[in-house]
Each structure stands twice: as C-alpha cells, then as structure tokens.
Design a protein around this ligand. Structure first.
Ligand code: GLU
Length: 462
C-alpha cells in the first residue's frame, strides 16, 4: 500500500446515528487523523424504501456535534447510480457477472428443495454461464437481476485489523445479487465500487459485516481493484448482555445530546468502549488521535455501562468553567421554556460538581428562574415552629445586608447567635424555601445569586 491513509464511515440513513456507528466513525476518523490521512463520509442510501432525508440530516448533525469532521462528503450512493451501472456493464462484458431471470417463486422453490435435502440454502447458479452449459430460455416479462460470479471454491482469507486472520470458504457463499431489477445496486457491490473509487485504504465497521467481507474481497479482485484493510469492531452489548438496541434504552447519539451529555465525554466514552490506551480513562481528542494507531482494539464485545458514561460526563462537566457550561445549560433551560440571564455562568460554576449531565444542571438552574415546589414532607421536617422566629430575623436582616456572599455569611452567623441555633437548623429550612431542596451548596453562595427580593419573597412563605 502506498499513499495516503483514507478511511470512511458509511451510515445508512434509515434512522439516527447509532452509538455503534458513532464509535466506528470515531475509530475511522482517529485512524485517518493519526496517520495524517483523510476521512470520508458516505451516505449509503440505496435502500430507497427505508432511507429518509430526515435520517441523513440527523446523522450529519450528530457527526457535527461529535466534532468528527470529514475531508470529503457527504457522498450519496444514489447520486452514483451511473457509475455502478458502468461497472456492472464492464463485469457483464468481462464475464464476472451475469443476468439471472429467476422469479421469487422459483427461488422459494429452490430453497424449499434445498431445505428438504438438508442443504444450505444457496442460489444454485442455474443462470451462471459456463463453457458448454445450456442456459434456460429467457422468460418473457421477468426483469433480470445481475449476479456476481463468486468463485465456487477456495478460501477467502484476510488479516483483520481487529480480529486477526479470518477465513471463509467460498462454498459458504453464493453468487450474490449485485444489481436489482430496478437498476439500484445492492450494498455489497456499491460498497466495493465506492471504496475503490474513493481510494479507501482502511475499512472499520461493525462485525455484523464479517460475512459480507468475502464477497467484497472477491468483487475487489474481480475488478482488479486494490484491497483495503478491514477491521471489524465487535458489537456493543447492553447491560443485559444483548445487542444494544432501541428496546433496551437510548442508542442514538441525538438522545445523549438531548439528555445533557457533552460531545467530548461521548467521544471519550465511546473510544474506551472497545479500545484502550493503558489504564487511561479520560483523555482528550488530541491524545486519542496521537495514540490511535489501530492497535489495542478489543476482539470481544464491549458492554455499555450507563453509570460509567455518566461518570465520564461528570468529569467533563466539572472540568468546564461556568462560562463554558452556560450556553449548554441555557439550551436545556430553553426546552423548559426558561430564558436564562447573566447569572447563569455563576449558577453553573456553583452547581456543576453535583451534576453528571447538563440536564441535571438545568434542573438546579431552574430554581433561579421559575417557581419552586416545597414538598409537604420537607416543610414538616425542616420548617418547624422552633426555627420560624430565626427565619423572620433573617428576612429582616436580608433587607439591608450588602448583597455579597461574605456579608451574607456574617449576617447568617449573627442570626444563629441571636437565636442560639446551629447552622443546619436554619440552613435546611432556608434551602428548602429558597431552592426547594435541603441539599445545596453553601447557603451564602446560593443566596448571593438570587436577587434580594426573590429570597425574601420565598422566605416569607415559611
Ligand atoms: N451502510 C453500512 C452500514 O451502515 C456500511 C457498512 C460498511 O461500513 O461497509 O452498516
């Protein structure tokens, strides 16, 4: 292999960007960046019935959100039909592909008979030309498909970048359909023409494609095209040990964006899910690029661990400043119909250590911008008759204290002294009344962010 490393991600726009695809995209992207190569985005939209523009838009948005920038694309397969047909014509002329006129009913019958004989159900090559073979008469009105002349014998072996050597015998696979009667190519053919035309050198993809790879290798060879290297990444399992799927929780990148995860944290977590660099759990995108050389990819399935992802996200939230978090939290608040203001960076800075998502952070921030609920249980537990006189004194003193954290702290101590109370006895009810919960950062720092009027208004509800 000479020249530039070129990798690609080739999602089908039949839904959101799946976490598994996002991880493969990350590996492909990082591998290209590591080698100073190029990364291509291709939209595999030949499944016309299931492909939608909305899915394409979502995929592009998720790639953008994750910061997986591509050097070429998006390239749409449906815009390349002419090219596929041209290659098909060449293959028909070269005898590496042929027309097959079998009807679906005939194929069913063929499979039925094979099953009855206890054989593998493979196309019996009845339309494949061979020296001296007489083909069936071409039926009227049956639009043909084009099939690939797969070598009938011999092994297909490749050295997988992830799994090591893989061998599949050609007897296991048949002459697959490469062009449908409607002139749209099938996945295994289009992917080869594309990877060839786009000079892809390394293909990372999910290991559900391992069984497709021998066909693809055979087609590359039939076309005289250089073979890329393949790396098949194991599936991601849910915490029940089953393949991660929609039924078992969020599997789209969009859902995590909506649920308050940071793209850096997602990338970090996805990277570690199936790849390692020593014991490093937290690393930057730049570190990953400098480390990701295709080694240390795990051969066995990774287990999705929502708690670990939340932990990783919390670390990234903690590492950000209030200013950096504010726009993200403002976006979450907006979904609740709340328009934030200049206090938001301070709120984020104060509460970020107790949050593992920006949604949780928005939950805290909401107390500053909209009405709070005080539960009956909190009221009964904390706002006792014994503390009410102290709250009244506090309200009085809050009217004149300089609105600044240190001053508020001193004043609270004075109230405690006057009423001979310990801090928690007063702090708990004040937190409940002002924030709606008894667990908050220090009272002075919380109160400082509110306006004097708002604090007094809420405390008067004691
Ligand atoms: N469109 C295929 C998929 O989404 C791409 C597989 C490949 O990378 O070759 O699974």
């Amino acid at each position: 292999m000479t020249g530039k490393v070129r990798t690609r991600i080739a999602p089908s726009p039949t839904g959101f960007l799946h976490l598994g695809t996002a991880r493969t995209a990350l590996y492909s992207w990082a591998y290209a960046r590591h080698h100073g190569g190029e990364f291509v985005l291709r939209i595999e939209d030949t499944d016309v019935a299931r492909s939608t523009q909305d899915s394409t838009d979502q995929i592009l948005a998720s790639m953008h959100w994750l910061g997986l920038d591509y050097d070429e694309g998006p390239i749409y397969q449906m815009q390349r039909l002419e090219r596929y047909r041209e290659v098909i014509a060449q293959m028909l002329a070269a005898g590496t592909a042929y027309h097959c006129y079998c009807t679906p009913a005939e194929l069913d019958e063929m499979r039925e008979a094979q099953r009855a004989r206890g054989e593998k159900t493979l196309y019996d090559r009845r339309w494949r030309p061979a020296p001296g073979k007489v083909l069936p008469p071409v039926p009227e009105g049956v639009p043909p498909v084009v099939r690939f002349c797969n070598p009938p014998e011999g092994d297909v072996t490749w050295n997988d970048l992830v799994k090591g050597e893989i061998t599949i015998n050609n007897r296991e696979i048949d002459d697959l359909i490469i062009l449908r009667p409607d002139g749209v190519p099938t996945y295994n053919f289009a992917v080869v023409v594309d990877d060839w035309d786009m000079a892809i050198t390394h293909v990372f993809r999910g290991d559900e494609h391992i069984n497709n790879t021998p066909w693809q290798i055979n087609i590359f060879r039939a076309l005289g095209a250089p073979l890329p290297q393949f790396g098949h990444v194991p599936v991601i399992l849910g915490d029940d040990g089953q393949k991660l799927s929609k039924r078992r929780g969020a599997v789209s990148v969009t859902a995590y964006e909506d649920n308050g995860y940071l793209p850096e944290a997602m990338l970090n977590y996805l990277a570690r899910l199936g790849w390692s660099h020593g014991d490093d759990e937290l690393f930057t995108r730049e570190q990953m690029v400098s480390w990701f050389d295709g080694s240390h990819l795990s051969k066995s399935p990774a287990q999705w661990d929502a708690a670990k992802l939340a932990w990783v996200n919390a670390q990234y939230i903690k590492a950000k400043s209030g200013e950096e978090l504010a726009p993200l939290v403002a976006a979450q608040l907006q979904k609740r119909g709340i328009v934030a203001d200049a206090r938001l960076p301070a709120i984020c800075a104060l509460f970020k250590d107790r949050c593992d998502t920006t949604v949780a952070l928005a939950g805290w921030a909401a107390a500053f911008y909209s009405d709070i609920e005080v539960s009956d249980a909190d009221r009964a537990q904390h706002i006792t008759d014994a503390v009410k006189p102290a709250i009244a004194t506090l309200v009085e003193k809050l009217m004149t204290v300089a609105w600044e954290r240190a001053e508020i702290a001193v004043m609270i101590k004075e109230v405690l002294a006057t009423h001979a109370l310990k801090m928690p006895v007063l702090a708990m009810p004040v937190r409940v009344l002002v924030m709606g919960t008894s667990q908050t950062p220090s009272l002075d720092s919380v109160l400082e962010i509110f306006s004097r009027e708002k604090v007094i208004e809420r405390l008067k509800k004691a």
